[in-house]
Write a protein that binds this ligand. Structure first.
Ligand code: DAH
Length: 360
């Protein structure tokens, strides 16, 4: 075997044996690099006589071509093997179910507030809001609850220290949503039709009371408003909210400082497997406080009670949620227990609409 043939077979064998791209590169440098064996042979061509070059030139060039061709094809082979290996390692099984993503849910209080807004929007009510940090004038005085009134003591109010009075007014956490009535009458001209859902605070805690809870207030002010409008509105509201036509109301005379006359509203229900089901008139449960807005409250807001009359109502949102969705402990509403939230929460896509239903 000539030296050339020997070099060729050794180099081709080394190329075939190179099992990584790095090893192949080492073989390439040894053959075709500046100091490589094939390059050294190519350099000898310059010193040859023309006859010798004519004879050896094609042989040496042929050697270089066969070596570089073998390297290129080995390289392509190693690269595609590497790619296949990676594809196999990074394979995604598209037939597997998607991994469970953490999911939030809409709290029943938020859901019920949306339901209420939807039911009342259908009757032409706008949503109004007011501050949770109130002054005692809006929370009490303007609502016909003067300083000496026993109702102030009944509200278990969280007061701010005297040093935090604003413009001489004592500040507190609102004990009900009723001050939104005052704020609305003082800033909007009648006719007024609003609901005001929101957080309220009282120093009270047991299975049915928490220091923070939610109320919704309603207010209608216009000319010629009477108790019949109130009854129709509450009936339509409760039928829509509980999604039943057999809702029966009972209005009982009561007392609130800011309404005259005042009525407490009971709704009929029956007990099925220990659960209360709204409808009929077998048993009664109180669900709302309401009445005709006291003329003094209307006057306190700068309106003439001889021209404008109205009705107002207020109720607990959390209690409505418990009645509709069957929870029995109010405190669990605010524990943030994920199991409770998953069980009683709503999908973010479950937006209440009157056409689609305001229920679950
Ligand atoms: N503010 C009352 C409370 O928290 C509820 C209430 C009763 C609101 C009668 C009203 C109403 O608007 O007319 O107990």
């Amino acid at each position: 075997m000539t030296d050339l043939a020997k070099l060729e077979s050794e180099t081709l064998a080394a190329i075939a044996a190179a099992d990584t791209l790095d090893a192949l590169e080492t073989v390439r440098i040894a053959a075709l690099g500046k100091q490589g064996s094939v390059s050294a042979l190519l350099k000898t061509l310059g010193a040859m006589s023309p006859e010798e070059r004519q004879q050896k030139g094609p042989l040496i060039n042929g050697l270089r071509e066969s070596v570089s061709g073998a390297i290129a094809s080995r390289k392509a082979g190693l690269e595609s093997a590497l790619l296949n290996e990676r594809l196999a390692a990074e394979r995604i099984d598209m037939s597997l179910p998607a991994p469970e993503a953490p999911q939030g849910s809409v709290h029943p209080v938020s859901q019920v507030m949306d339901e209420l807004a939807e039911v009342f929007a259908d009757m032409g009510f706008a949503v109004a809001t007011g501050p949770e940090i109130e002054d005692d004038w809006h929370n009490f005085t303007a609502l016909n609850i003067p300083e000496t009134h026993p109702a102030r003591a009944m509200h278990d109010t969280f007061y701010f220290p005297d040093q935090m009075a604003v413009d001489g007014k004592k500040m507190l956490l609102r004990t009900h949503t009723s001050p939104v009535q005052i704020r609305t009458m003082m800033t909007q001209a009648p006719p007024i039709r609003i609901i005001a859902p929101g957080r309220v605070y009282r120093s009270d805690s047991d299975a049915t009371h928490t220091p923070m809870f939610h109320q919704i207030e309603g207010l209608v002010i216009d000319r010629g408003i009477h108790l019949g409008h109130l009854k129709w509105t509450l009936e339509t509201f409760l039928k829509g909210f509980f999604e039943r036509d057999d809702v029966v109301l009972r209005l009982r005379p009561s007392y609130f400082p800011f309404t005259e006359p005042s009525v407490e509203v009971d709704v009929g229900y029956s007990e099925v497997d220990g659960k209360r089901v709204i409808g009929g008139s077998e048993k009664w449960m109180e669900v709302l406080g309401s009445g005709m807005v006291h003329p003094r409250v209307i006057a306190n807001c700068g309106l003439d009670p001889d021209i404008y009359q109205g009705f107002a109502f207020g109720t607990g949102v959390d209690r409505l949620a418990m009645l509709k969705y069957g929870m029995d402990d109010l405190r669990a509403f605010f524990d943030g227990d994920l199991r409770w939230l998953r069980h009683y929460g709503f999908s973010a896509l479950d937006v209440p609409t009157l056409s689609g239903g305001v229920g679950a």
